[in-house]
Design a protein around this ligand. Sequence first.
Ligand code: PEP
Ligand code: MN
Length: 374
Amino acid sequence: MIIILHPDTDKHDPAYGKLMDYLGALPGITVRTHEVVGAQQTLTEVYLVGNTATLDASEIRSFEAVDRVVRVSREYRILGRHKEDSRPSAFDYNGVTFGQEQLHVFAGLCAVDTREHVEAMLRALRDHGQVCTRMGAYKPRTSPYSFQGHGRNCLAYVFELAGKYGIRVIAMEITHDAHIHEIREALHAAGNPTGVMLQIGTRNTQNFELLKSAGRQKEFPVLIKRGFGITLEESLNAAEYLASEGNQKVVFCLRGMKTQFGDPHRNLVDFAHVPAVKALTRMPVCIDPSHSVGSRHSAPDHIMDVFHVTAQGIVAGANMVLVDFHPDPSRALVDGPQALRLEELPWFLDDVALAREAYEKRCALQQRMEISKV
Ligand code: PEP
Ligand code: MN
């Protein structure tokens, strides 16, 4: 059960104390409070964990501090979408709003290699009106002998250049909790010219200690990739770990599943789950067409599969696209074969806009049909 208090409820208010005394005395129930700090107001949510079936919601609702009571009908208590649950699902970070209504493209380098390539990428993004990117500094590699990423050594110039080109949010994978600290320090040293969305990669979806660390901090939002060999439910529970530790600024990313049945794609593209995740949870849903397809292969219509699956995800309502680009894919140190070229950026963005328009028209059509049914 989730109890939502009136906005800006003060913890020193007697009404708050009265409610907490009552809840604290409920047998077999654990009480956890979460503060959701928004641009306009702070919301306090109280989670009751345990056997809540016998609790009387109307009695709880009668407390002065209480605005609403939501009975949690499924798992994913915090991030889930529950009946009569009108909690806001969008969040703001560094001037960018992320929600199930929005769409943002995060085009960028799979792995940072040189300062020149970072600058060329960011300049192209600025020239095409983009304020988000992806930049891999810490790379989880299958082979210990492969390039592992420049790590903290590249952070200073990545953040400085992001500031120079007006980039507001960089999706950056972390593979260890120490990386959160390194990113925070480097951002601070550079004068906070940009923002970072911490990325949990598919190989770490169930690294629970890493999830707890990323969830305990509230400074950076988190992009969590679906585990490539586990069920959707298991991956959504992994996302819930982040929220249960206190960070509700979470985006869920589909990136394909590891199976031979996906051939000839690198992974079996799972973007049909975009609406499923939006129905089960309140998280914005990201798609990663690059790691799903894994090549620049194109169909007889000469449209690359990366473009095709991106459009499919967006037509289904995706809210974010994480996509690999590189100024010179033949020299990329990681995933060059799947990278798009900078001159393809305006084409990609136009294709994204077309698909988004189709999605918006589909939503409008659905609304017209609903109205005509009444
Ligand atoms: C990545 O986005 O760079 C990456 C390694 O993706 P994934 O974790 O989905 O393999
Ligand atoms: Mn990659």
